[in-house]
Design a protein around this ligand. Structure first.
Ligand SMILES: [Zn+2]
Length: 126
């Protein structure tokens, strides 16, 4: 985008049409919007590209405000019967009673000829 500060207000206040071309690469405009953009470009002294850029800028600004302080939802805890059998590990088991991290650690150790650090669960009470 050439003008990251372009807003619809600016287009509304503009007195004369600017002739500069805005190139919009890889911007997919929904077909339902194309008619409205065409009409706006006719009504305002603005190019279609400028209108799309202004709309994108407004949308980004709105999204930024709305997403402030947003955090992704926390994952629910893994039920005990599906947890890794290594003491203190609360990840979900994927193979041989171990989570992916501990399974891979064990597998690497065995492949390197080292004693398996976690081969047997610490206790069988899981
Ligand atoms: Zn684990």
């Amino acid at each position: 985008m050439r003008d990251p500060d372009l807003r619809l207000d600016e287009l509304l206040q503009r007195g004369r049409r600017r002739t500069e071309n805005l190139k919009l690469l890889n911007v997919k405009v929904p077909s339902s919007m194309l008619d409205r953009i065409d009409r706006l470009a006719t009504l305002l002294p603005a190019t279609k590209g400028e209108i799309v850029v202004a709309l994108l800028n407004e949308g980004l600004l709105t999204a930024e405000k709305e997403l402030q302080g947003w955090r992704p939802p926390t994952k629910p805890p893994v039920p005990k019967e599906r947890r890794c059998t290594v003491k203190g590990c609360e990840r979900e088991r994927v193979a041989k009673g171990l989570c992916a991290t501990h399974y891979q650690a064990q597998r690497r150790a065995l492949m390197a000829g080292k004693p398996a650090p976690i081969l047997v669960p610490e206790n069988g009470t899981q």
